[in-house]
Design a binder for this molecule. Structure first.
Ligand SMILES: [Zn+2]
Length: 221
């Protein structure tokens, strides 16, 4: 099995992109790329781009697109990307998508294959806002899917379960809306290029995996 292209996953936080990206990266022996990891790696290795990005990240600011694009290009030029790669959480904006398109072209990858992970707001709320974390051992429960035996108490160590601020319903809703506003134009951009596929990501992880396998198989032909 060969991927030989860049695979891009679009979808809101909680859609399961990360898990699927990991599985595909393993199955096709290609790197799983996230710009967050790339930035941290560039900083740890003290590359020129890392040195430029560090003060920006230390301030908690967003790293500018031109810096991110330079880093992506450097990463894609590495040998282990010859067989393709999976992007998780990138691009996020139309300018980034256009920048990535130009980089892929320059490096001879051709057009990417883009998969949009569709999931409705209610499913996301159940997945994310149902999540409670143990204040002692960090165990994660989901009050809908995998509840503790005693409400609010960890099965393992009796710790009190707390909800992380990121998982509060109003925060999840806000992130979902922000995601939709930001990425609608992106999906439209890829649709016009004829490279957009959609999966129903409200289904189980296994079902989503199977749907993705089908999409990749068709794309080889
Ligand atoms: Zn616990």
């Amino acid at each position: 099995m060969a991927l030989k292209r860049a695979l891009i996953f679009l979808g809101p936080p909680g859609a399961g992109k990360g898990t699927q990206a990991k599985r595909i990266a393993q199955a096709y022996h290609v790197p799983h790329l996230s710009t967050g990891d790339m930035l941290r790696d560039a900083i740890a290795r003290g590359t020129e781009l890392g040195r430029l990005a560090k003060p920006v990240m230390d301030h908690g600011d967003l790293v500018p697109d031109d810096l991110v694009m330079a880093m992506v290009e450097e990463r894609l030029a590495a040998r282990d990307c010859d067989g393709g790669c999976v992007f998780d959480g990138f691009p996020r904006t139309l300018p980034q998508a256009q920048g990535l398109g130009a980089v892929l072209e320059r490096l001879g990858f051709g057009k990417p294959l883009v998969v949009d992970f569709h999931v409705d707001e209610e499913t996301l709320l159940r997945r994310l806002a149902g999540r409670w974390t143990c204040s002692v051992g960090g165990e994660i429960y989901n009050i809908y899917v995998a509840p503790p035996k005693v409400p609010g108490i960890c099965d393992r160590d009796g710790g009190k379960l707390i909800q992380r601020s990121d998982d509060r319903p109003e925060v999840v809703t806000e992130r979902f809306r922000a995601y939709e506003r930001q990425t609608k134009p992106l999906a439209e951009y890829y649709r016009r290029q004829g490279v957009l596929e959609v999966v129903d990501a409200s289904r189980s992880m296994e079902e989503v995996s199977r749907a993705l396998a089908g999409i990749l198989e068709r794309a080889q032909k």
